[in-house]
Design a protein around this ligand. Structure first.
Ligand SMILES: NC(=O)c1ccc[n+]([C@@H]2O[C@H](COP(=O)([O-])OP(=O)(O)OC[C@H]3O[C@@H](n4cnc5c(N)ncnc54)[C@H](OP(=O)(O)O)[C@@H]3O)[C@@H](O)[C@H]2O)c1
Length: 238
């Protein structure tokens, strides 16, 4: 039996990834900072709920204590929780004041370190430990320099650079823990509430479609890749 924890799994990409993995037979922990939303998603999917705010050390410690005590173990960690911040009242403009940018980095980059460090003891007991970091092409130096890619036409100063940090975290954790497969994934432009917009006005594809690429990386076998950045069609340039 494979056990998977997904952060920010109460909705959107995280929830749809959970749905695929539950259907594939994983025991899935829905990490959610909000108890009511997390429990509702877990009940809907036949998953387990654990309160987990990736910006809160005490919440992270308590979440892993809960998982350890449950006896499920942990084989797969999907670091999915992420935010983008817009100027209030102006959904087209990224918030670039210090506190907003700190919050973006704290959630998207530092959150991965917080959760991964806490997960390592359990992952190291797994026969096939896997970490998937949900990143973005907006954090790819290659995609932001490639004219054919949407990322080269979309300015994203705080969010994009926080996702560039996710790239290096992926490379560094893959180097530090050769027995764990650590990969980053670009899920594709997806209609979600990221940045505070509404799903119905979003030009992206459905979350269920993008979740398939996240789930593919979460389900890699012992001979799977590590230290790579992946998207629909295979590897993405860093
Ligand atoms: N949508 C896209 O086009 C796209 C493209 C590339 C990459 N991504 C990445 O995909 C991931 C999922 O985003 P999404 O598009 O599904 O956005 P979303 O609809 O806004 O969902 C984000 C999830 O992260 C959770 N979250 C935010 N801050 C958190 C915290 N401090 N602790 C725990 N959970 C937290 C949210 O919980 P609440 O419900 O409590 O807010 C929510 O469950 C993110 O890493 C994002 O950067 C998205």
């Amino acid at each position: 039996m494979t056990t998977t924890l997904i952060t920010g799994a109460n909705k959107s990409l995280g929830k749809e990834t959970a749905r695929i993995l539950v259907e594939a037979g994983h025991t899935v922990w829905i990490g959610s900072r909000d108890e009511a939303r997390g429990r509702a998603a877990a009940d809907d999917l036949g998953a387990r709920f654990v309160q987990l705010d990736v910006t809160d050390d005490a919440s992270v410690a308590a979440a892993f204590a809960t998982i350890a005590e449950s006896g499920t173990g942990l084989d797969v960690l999907v670091n999915n929780a992420g935010i983008a911040k817009r100027v209030p009242g102006n959904p087209m403009e990224e918030a670039l004041d210090g506190p907003s940018v700190l919050e973006v980095f704290d959630t998207n980059a530092v959150g991965i370190v917080r959760v991964t460090q806490a997960a390592l003891p359990l992952l190291q007991e797994s026969a096939n430990p896997v970490i998937v970091n949900v990143s973005s092409a907006l954090g790819s130096f290659w995609a932001t320099h490639e004219p054919s890619r949407p990322a080269s036409h979309f300015v994203s100063i705080a969010y994009g650079s926080s996702k560039a940090a996710v790239s290096m975290l992926t490379v560094q954790y893959a180097m530090a823990y050769p027995d764990i497969k650590v990969n980053a994934v670009e899920p594709g432009i997806t209609a979600t509430e990221l940045g505070g917009g509404s799903v119905k006005d979003h030009p992206g594809r459905p979350a269920a479609e993008s979740a398939a690429v996240v789930a593919r990386l979460a389900m890699i076998g012992a001979d799977g890749p590590t230290g790579t950045f992946q998207e629909d069609l295979g590897e993405l340039g860093w």
